[in-house]
Design a protein around this ligand. Structure first.
Ligand SMILES: [Zn+2]
Ligand SMILES: [Zn+2]
Length: 378
């Protein structure tokens, strides 16, 4: 068939607008749709011809080249062939929204490149990733530990080796869709294709499904694994354990297991990055005169700490390297910050009362104090 002028093919004038070109092509494509004209070679050719014309005229660059040099101008610019139909696929919804089976027509005419249908979907799928929330004590997050985790996952069925088929049986073409993976139902002039429910679009069904797994190729199994919690792990971090998720159906590879760490709060310690905060009480006289006290650390050992004379309530003192080990370099640790809480005595002996009274008199207490600037408070 001799090539006809693209404008002639679409039946539009040389100065036609993009919109007119689109409308003209849509009309022709629908008219010559092979489903409407079964076995009609002329309609099929018209359909292809119109698509090629549209592909060129819908593209400003190609249209300009065509206007200037004719067919030679668009040669090698992807005027035809699956790769060339970028405009049709780009404008697909706009052009053919509601006519569901156009994409399969493009596939069969132009050798793919259109939108993929359900057919041929890989039957070997990766299994699902699983998520396990694990709460661990504060100290375990600091120093690391090993925890046994018990969970349920899909594993490959041993009866059928994951194939889903009973021994000696195989697969047969899906009786519902005849192997196409799609079923068509009529809607006006057009048939709409949808994924076959019987075979989920695979195109085949099992002759005789395995009795153990019901044909899925996987069975649920409870599993216990040991998870290593690294020292210094933070709340919310996840540890991935490869291949310990669900096995894939039909012998597909397993997904991963993600253990999400929840660190339980500690009674005394609070963490900020790799530093740790702790509040310790000191008496009024210790704060005033200075003292050496033993403070708790993460390692359970008590560490000597100097309270300087005149330490105010709320003062924060630092103990170097008594914090949380660095996750990537455990020999390096954060610091421990001790917040001094000066305790006002509530149960006073008469002797203590006497001494405090004297102290007040010696100090010359101020009954009209000036406020402390907020900037001076730590
Ligand atoms: Zn089917
Ligand atoms: Zn099985």
């Amino acid at each position: 068939m001799a090539k006809r002028d693209y404008y002639e093919v679409l039946g539009v004038p040389k100065n036609a607008s993009k919109d007119d070109i689109k409308k003209a092509y849509r009309k022709l494509a629908v008219q010559n749709h092979p489903d409407r004209n079964p076995g009609d070679k002329t309609a099929e050719d018209r359909f292809k011809e119109a698509t090629e014309a549209y592909e060129v005229l819908a593209d400003d660059k190609k249209r300009q080249a065509y206007d200037q040099f004719g067919f030679a101008g668009v040669e090698g610019m992807g005027g035809a062939g699956a790769e060339g139909f970028s405009h049709v696929f780009h404008d697909f919804e706009d052009l053919f929204g509601g006519f569901g089976d156009f994409s399969s027509i493009f596939d069969s005419f132009f050798g793919g490149g259109g939108r993929r249908s359900g057919r041929g979907r890989s039957s070997v799928q990766r299994g699902a990733d699983l998520r396990y929330e694990l709460e661990i004590p504060f100290k375990d997050a600091v120093f690391g530990t090993k925890v046994e985790v018990s969970y349920s996952r899909n594993i490959s069925c041993t009866t059928c080796s994951g194939s889903g088929a009973a021994s000696g049986s195989g697969k047969k073409t899906c009786p519902t869709c005849g192997g196409a993976g799609q079923v068509r139902r009529s809607s006006g002039f057009f048939s709409i294709a949808s994924t076959c429910a019987t075979c989920s679009g695979e195109g085949y069904v099992l002759d005789n499904p395995c009795a153990t797994c019901g044909g899925s190729g996987v069975v649920k199994k409870n599993q216990v694994i040991k998870v290593t919690i690294p020292a210094g792990i933070e709340n919310g971090k996840r540890i991935s354990i490869p291949d310990q998720g669900d096995a894939g159906p039909n012998g597909g590879p397993a997904g991963d297991l993600y253990v999400v760490i929840r660190v339980a709060p500690h009674e005394y310690f609070e963490r900020n990055g790799n530093d740790v905060y702790c509040v310790v009480p000191v008496s009024f006289s210790q704060a005033a005169l200075g003292a050496e006290i033993l403070v708790p650390t993460l390692d359970e050992k008590k560490v000597r700490m100097k309270i300087p004379a005149g330490t105010q309530n709320g003062k924060i003192l630092r103990l170097k390297n008594e914090g949380v080990p660095n996750l990537h370099n455990p020999s390096r640790r954060g610091d421990m910050y001790i917040k001094v809480h000066v305790v006002v005595p509530t149960k006073l002996s008469s002797r203590a009362k006497q001494l405090l009274k004297e102290l007040g008199e010696v100090d010359g207490e101020d009954s009209t104090p000036n406020p402390i600037p907020l900037s001076q408070l730590g």
